[in-house]
Design a protein around this ligand. Sequence first.
Ligand SMILES: NC(=O)NC(NC(N)=O)C(=O)[O-]
Ligand SMILES: [Mn+2]
Ligand SMILES: [Mn+2]
Length: 500
Amino acid sequence: MAAPSLHSSNTTTQTSFSISHAMTKNFVSILCFFLVLYPFFAMATSANIFFGENVEGMKYDLFPEILKEEAVARLNELGKVSDANDYLERTFQSPASIRAGNLLRAWMEDAGLKTWVDQMGNVHGRAEGINPSEKALLIGSHLDTVIDAGYFDGSLGIICAISAMKALNATGRLDKLRRPVEVIAFSDEEGVRFQSTFLGSAAIAGLLPVSALQIHDKNGVTVQGALRASSIETTEENLLQLKYEPESVWGYVEVHIEQGPVLENVGLPLGLVKGIAGQTRLKVTVRGTQGHAGTVPMNMRQDPMVAAAELIVFLESLCKQPDYYLSYDGQCASSTVESLAGSLVCTVGEISSWPSASNVIPGQVTFTVDVRAMDDTGREAIIYEFSNRLYHMCDRRSVFCNVERKHDANAVVCDPDLSTELKSASHAALKRITGEDPGDVPVLMSGAGHDAMAMSHLTKVGMLFVRCRGGISHSPAEHVLDDDIWSAGMAVLTFLETLL
Ligand SMILES: NC(=O)NC(NC(N)=O)C(=O)[O-]
Ligand SMILES: [Mn+2]
Ligand SMILES: [Mn+2]
């Protein structure tokens, strides 16, 4: 039926007039209604009230309560879980590591994840998503620390991953992930207690030899004994069952503090890791003749302390000027020596002597050697040269020397495609938070080691670095800005949203 017109016949006109009059009255009242209520309507739509979201639309999108406030609070809480009273120390399966694992497990459950602890003390939190049989994305870092550590090395990567998963859960999207996503808090990356690092991630990657269970710490406790002390009965059989099948894993992502000054220097919170330097850890033992400090003439001593001192100074010279020291006996092409110049670093971090008394010429001195380089051949050449020179020096000093290789991990190149996805997620996350284009996300090499080195033997790996104050790490002065923690969590969330 055609709508009555305002311009029709007389009768109709009357009718139409009254209709038109009525319509006019209605139109005016609707208009008044709308004008009075419009401001409330505008506020409601801008605040997404109508779409089941919280009051400030932007707040819903950025999750500052989860990715910033709560993540910062959790990092501070976790940083106080220590085996020592006045500094942070959490070593493999120590009481503090167990407490930290329980705390992380509770936070994983708070994020809606299914959790468990495996036979190497790794803490897992998993969301199956819409297709549990799909290849899983693993996101992790380590819960253990060095001695006198900072609050962020390892912990930041775990907390950011849990927070991002919680943000998905808070918006009902956790079970909409196209593939399973699993957060893993690895039990031992630093290798402080047993000197062999990546105990947790190497087990998942299938790299850990069963003999590792018998490695012992300074007190003679084995890895197996340390697990047993925390009621985990790890045998050769169930250790081997920890290995993930490559076909069940899509990739591994790790967020970690940069532990260097580059991001702070360029003024950006996030960076992409292109590769990770290879590393070797040695234990050098020097044995001499223990004696009385006051009665043994200087030219009759076999003093292991002085021998160790000469070896340590030589190591520094070798690593400062590899080109000068490396013997070109076929061990080392000139290209390898050149590549060392840019990334070679050597450190003696630990030294001990027996009997360690001021009026006794020591009987034995042991010290650690940590060698890193992007070029694996170059790193081997440095170790070869150091060992060679070591035995000659020890012969000259009539002391006995022994070099044990405690740990090796070859350099790792991160997966280019996964890295591209992480780079764009970081870029989008920074733009989402600041509202501005952050420019290009920097790409860096990592001199520090990461669980990603072990995981690269299982699947493709990608890493994000987060700016840390002064580039300081392995120190209580380690610090990350709250907003950078937010950016890191948002980068993980933005990356996970590509899986929806
Ligand atoms: N991110 C680290 O601090 N890693 C440390 N741990 C290993 N295994 O490299 C290190 O010494 O670089
Ligand atoms: Mn570390
Ligand atoms: Mn670390």
